[in-house]
Write a protein that binds this ligand. Structure first.
Ligand SMILES: [Zn+2]
Length: 206
């Protein structure tokens, strides 16, 4: 193996969006590498080149190994399996067109954190996912539902401080009104991340 390449692998800056590849299939295992490279964001295009999602390198490699997607743009890093170097994709495209419903995001912890950009909605601190919890703005004990409009990313400090109270009662203020994750939110996020990767731009800014 080329040690120069191996040693030249630099960790990518961590993006605090939910691109941890959670929920990936265990059927195909991409080559092991430093976690930071495997978690770098990859733009996913539909077969028609329309941007539809952001995923992690790990998940993108699985999609490529399964023959579901192909690389359109390549990242400067490589990852290594025991026998070969594998190019890291920066943009992938699905080989078969997939219909994307307007409201395609499931209500989940991962998607709430993604919508709120891993930022506590009370104190404004951006934190790793492991240091955030979900807060019911109107507490469940007082009839608050688990919904896009009533769940926000929240650090443990603020969560403890708030307890079973409304933000007003606890002297806390929401950074913004929580909304459902729409395709619009999704595209805004893709553009935000895309600013950091030149190879994404031609697909996102048109
Ligand atoms: Zn907080």
């Amino acid at each position: 193996m080329d040690n120069r390449l191996k040693n030249g692998l630099r960790p990518r800056p961590k993006f605090n969006v939910g691109t941890d590849g959670a929920g990936m299939s265990r059927a195909a295992t991409p080559p092991a590498s430093r976690p930071s490279v495997m978690q770098a964001p990859v733009l996913v295009l539909n077969a028609t080149f329309e941007p539809i999602n952001v995923t992690a390198v790990r998940r993108a490699l699985v999609l490529m190994l399964k023959g579901v997607a192909q690389a359109e743009e390549i990242h400067s890093s490589e990852v290594h399996s025991s026998s070969r170097a594998v190019a890291v994709p920066s943009v992938i495209r699905l080989l078969t067109y997939r219909h994307i419903p307007q409201q395609s995001r499931a209500l989940s912890r991962k998607n709430i954190l993604l919508r709120d950009r891993n930022t506590c909605q009370f104190c404004g601190r951006a934190l790793p996912a492991s240091e955030l919890t979900l807060d019911h703005v109107m507490p469940r004990s007082r009839g608050g539902h688990s919904s896009w409009e009533n769940l926000v990313a929240c650090c443990y400090d603020c969560n403890n401080r708030k307890g079973d109270r409304t933000p007003e009662e606890a002297g806390l203020q929401l950074a913004r009104r929580p909304r459902p994750f729409t395709l619009h939110t999704s595209r805004q996020l893709m553009r935000l991340i895309g600013h950091k990767d030149e190879k994404w731009r031609k697909y996102l800014f048109y």
